[in-house]
Design a protein around this ligand. Structure first.
Ligand SMILES: [Zn+2]
Ligand SMILES: [Zn+2]
Length: 414
């Protein structure tokens, strides 16, 4: 009887189920609980990933043995409360502000080794904002190291036993005399190059035929991950124990780190979205009733302005409940903010209309500032870009001087 049966319960099998029964049960459950088929169940994604992880462990004889003997604690190298770890493993957790018990993902940690556990495989995975809005299941082919099935991880052929390494006399390291700065000689230790620090060696002909003594072989696997609605950039999807296997220690995890590129129409902040919508001058003055944008799920969003409303430049409206789905509560959504940009008519339009008629329709022009200053200078109308405001322009002025000597004297102040 195993120390705990939680993973068996997840798949709905008894603890003495055969490999085949476990496989069948998982296939059935995975179909039943696939998030694509349970759109209204906010927990579907989590259940699905839990079952995949349970299957990953129970379908592997080595991992199943460790689990039966030590429970989930055994699978995680015995850190912390196992139930808590279980919850965190499957939380798909992370994102900024929600660090996973002590291992933060950073540029220097990819594939870090923690006490008593194999190396994690950290894989960046590109997603679009559409993926994070709609959710997405991804099947991918991966290659990983698994314990060699022929020698069961010993690396030896048949009953051959490794012999202590003759080079290092079984210590795994050798010492060499090194000349020190002081001119005297000292001993320094270095890993034995003959046995790679293991202290024991197998003769060529005693090595396992399949893995050539490496103890592990490469295997192609197919992993399915589910990008859940409302997940964020840098969020991690963790497949516990799905990483490379090594004899004697639980396998590391496969960790997918989501990477989102900037979207061309929407900007995201938390659960809210922001979109810029361009309207024409006549729409700003007279109102409109039209589809103003296409949402991330392909729906059109139609809006009708209230009667008599004039929209000002950069005016913002809020469309409640049209933001991002909230992670793990996908029925709830944030808000969508729409910022209006007003497209002014161009010179072709102006040339095509009777200017006096337009002027008569529009509000009157302004007169001079009041009071009128005593001294008034004329300024040229030179187009510019606000980006240049405050820029130190000494440098380019020098370069341009030569051109200016010949060019457009009428632009110079008189
Ligand atoms: Zn082997
Ligand atoms: Zn050696």
């Amino acid at each position: 009887m195993p120390v705990e049966v939680e993973l068996y319960d997840l798949l709905g099998v008894s603890y003495d189920a055969s490999e085949d029964e476990i496989k069948k049960a998982y296939k059935k459950k995975a179909k039943e609980h696939h998030p694509d088929k349970n759109i209204n169940d906010p927990d579907a994604g989590q259940k699905f990933q839990e079952m995949a992880a349970a299957y990953e462990i129970l379908s592997d004889a080595n991992k199943r043995e460790i689990y039966d003997m030590h429970g989930l604690e055994g699978m995680t190298g015995g850190q912390g409360d196992p139930m808590d770890l279980f919850a965190q493993f499957f939380a798909g957790a992370g994102g900024p502000g929600n660090p996973m018990f002590g291992f933060n993902f950073g540029p220097d940690i990819g594939g870090s080794r923690r006490g008593g556990k194999g190396e994690d495989s950290v894989i960046p995975y590109d997603v679009t904002l559409e993926d994070l809005y709609n959710g997405k299941s991804v099947k991918m082919n991966m290659e990983k190291e698994i314990i060699c099935g022929i020698c069961k991880g010993s690396g030896a052929r048949g009953n051959a036993k490794p012999k202590p390494c003759s080079t290092c006399e079984g210590k795994g390291w050798t010492s060499t005399k090194t000349r020190l700065a002081s001119g005297t000689y000292g001993n320094s230790k270095a890993q034995c190059t003959a046995c790679l620090g293991l202290g024991e060696r197998l003769k060529e002909k005693e090595r396992c035929k399949k893995c050539k003594g490496d103890k592990t072989v490469k295997e192609k696997t197919r992993q399915e991950i589910f990008v859940e609605k409302g997940m964020t950039n840098t969020q991690r999807i963790i497949l516990a124990g799905a990483g490379d296997q090594e004899p004697g220690i639980p396998a590391g995890d496969v960790i997918f780190v989501l990477k989102t590129a900037a979207h061309e129409s929407f900007e995201r902040s938390g659960n809210d979205l922001l979109a810029k919508v361009t309207i024409t001058l006549s729409e700003a003055l007279l109102g409109f009733s039209r589809i103003i944008l296409t949402h991330l799920d392909g729906r059109g969003i139609k809006m009708t302005t209230p009667p008599g409303k004039i929209i000002k430049f950069h005016e913002t409206v809020i469309i409640r409940g049209e933001g991002m789905p909230i992670y793990r509560r996908p029925d709830e959504k944030g808000d969508l903010y729409v910022v209006f940009q007003i497209e002014m008519p161009n010179e072709d339009w102006r040339a095509s209309v009777n200017v006096q008629t337009v002027e008569a329709l529009l509000p009157p022009k302004r007169v001079d500032v009041d009071p009128i200053p005593e001294v008034v200078d004329e300024a040229d109308y030179e187009e510019s870009d606000i980006i240049d405001f405050g820029e130190d322009d000494d440098d380019w002025e020098d370069e341009d001087d030569e051109d200016n000597m010949e060019g457009e004297p009428e632009c110079r102040p008189q």
